[in-house]
Design a protein around this ligand. Structure first.
Ligand code: ZN
Length: 113
């Protein structure tokens, strides 16, 4: 296999990975691509990138402004995140749904199940 040099730092080499995380408007996509061994820069395969865009379009999230900023608040029982009403409407959340919570680095992903 031919080694590819990283175009970002020009020191590392690119190794194939299958766990590149991209986020589009709050949705998280896991893609295949390459990652630099030195600087950690990630390069998504062109095909994979297109797949992700198509999927995002299907989900209706491509180009939608659904990344919103909120402050956490503290209650007696812990930290509370209020779900913005736009997102509630978009996902049809009524309250009382079960959610799965994932931690990916500094991101918290909430999936309505
Ligand atoms: Zn690099």
């Amino acid at each position: 296999m031919k080694e590819k040099k990283c175009p970002a730092c020009e020191k590392g080499r690119l190794v194939p990975v299958e766990d590149i995380i991209s986020q589009i408007e709050g949705y998280v996509f896991v893609e295949k691509g390459e990652r630099c061994t030195n600087c950690g820069e990630e390069f998504i395969n062109e095909n994979e990138g297109q797949k992700m865009i198509n999927l995002a379009k299907k989900l209706g999230v491509w180009g939608e402004p659904l990344k919103l900023y909120r402050k956490l608040s503290k209650s007696a029982r812990g930290t509370v995140l209020r779900i913005p009403s736009d997102i509630e409407k978009n996902l049809g959340i009524k309250g009382g749904e079960e959610v799965a919570i994932f931690k990916v680095g500094r991101r918290i992903i909430i999936e309505v199940v």
